[in-house]
Ligand binder design. Structure first.
Ligand SMILES: Cc1cc2nc3c(=O)[nH]c(=O)nc-3n(C[C@H](O)[C@H](O)[C@H](O)COP(=O)(O)O)c2cc1C
Length: 178
């Protein structure tokens, strides 16, 4: 059974993960705009990579509708965000909560979920997201004075960063091959 790799990306970090994954699997990374293509429709396994946006995952509704309509297929979701890879300081529970929000576990117990850190590139954001991020930066400035985690995140986003690492996809590949 073939595997389709579909991605949704605004500033390119998720797209990079999708291309890496597709290359490792010997397939093509399909942009979200082309999600209705026949190669996606006929695939036995569907991997959807997308980015976190204000606690939600872009395109999550599309994946939920697919899973509801065709539950016999195997589905994998890879969420990409600015949040660092899990560690003691940056617990996995926070990215899990974002996945739970998009895909409640009682409704989608078989969905395999993986997190990969993306990056932040203010200049490539759409106008609406620039406005939202400016407001977010202002809101967080006060908290950053007393919370080192907030200060770290705020500095990283203001300067822009690229946290993508191909090795973060290893668990996804192991899951798909396992
Ligand atoms: C308006 C906005 C909201 C965001 N919300 C979150 C979030 O809730 N959690 C997170 O980890 N990252 C968040 N991010 C960061 C993006 O997920 C991150 O920059 C990601 O790498 C973007 O992927 P892309 O380059 O494929 O578009 C947000 C970014 C923007 C612009």
């Amino acid at each position: 059974m073939s595997t389709a790799v579909v991605y949704c990306s605004q500033t390119g970090f998720t797209e990079r993960y999708a291309r890496w994954l597709a290359e490792s699997l010997g397939t093509r990374a399909v942009p979200f705009d082309e999600r209705a293509s026949s190669s996606v429709d006929s695939a036995g396994t569907l991997v959807f990579l997308s980015w976190f946006h204000a606690g939600g995952l872009k395109g999550a509704r599309w994946l939920r509708d697919l899973m509801d309509g065709r539950p016999e297929r195997r589905y994998v979701v890879v969420g990409v965000g600015a949040y660092p890879m899990p560690s003691d300081e940056w617990p996995k529970s926070e990215t899990d909560a974002a996945f739970d929000q998009a895909f409640p576990q009682d409704r989608y117990p078989d969905l395999a979920r993986f997190y990969c850190q993306g990056g932040f590139d203010f200049d490539r954001l759409c106008a609406l997201d620039r406005l939202a991020m400016r407001a977010f930066f202002r809101m967080q400035a006060k908290a950053a004075r007393t919370d080192p985690r907030v200060a770290f995140a705020l500095d990283a986003m203001r300067e822009g960063f690229d946290g993508t690492r191909r090795e973060y996809l290893q668990p996804v590949l192991e899951h798909l091959r396992g």
